[in-house]
Design a protein around this ligand. Sequence first.
Ligand SMILES: [Zn+2]
Length: 190
Amino acid sequence: MNQEEILKLFRDSGALLTGHFKLTSGRHSDVYYEKFTLLKNPAICTLICKAMADKFRHLEAATVVGPTTGGLIIAYDVARYLGIEALYAEPGENGRIFKRGFSLDKKQKVVIVDDVQTTGRSINEVIELVRSYEAEIVAVGVLLDRSGGQVKIDYPFYPLATVAADSWEPSVCPLCKRGEPLTQRGSRQF
Ligand SMILES: [Zn+2]
């Protein structure tokens, strides 16, 4: 799937919302990519995950790691296509942790996946977790990079689509200035 096909999926399924949103980062934006409108539909989700898996197939990874919650769904299905295991990185006191007896071996080849990247925070937390096991990160993939490529990832990076969506600090947000009601979305809010 190319970038236009991915963005069309967001538009056609109603996952591209317009309005006045407070993002996880605290910044405000006039667009919000509600990934769960895509991920709740297994038929669509699996199309996306197959497209991701095809990008990683040549890397011969042993494990896919994704952060809860959206990244978990993607990690599971990408791993299914690759015929390898999926581990889930859950929130801990400081950054991400493995629970449920999950672990990685030294030099084990790992692909990290997530859904929509805005600030890179979740991905970087997972990178730190995987590095703590001295496993080898061979690629990082996301469904959508809405930072427009602004967030730098230290490993080969495979976004299925990249968009530069405007966002503002609340103090300079034009929608706040116009008095538009603010909607709060995102995993860290609820
Ligand atoms: Zn605002």
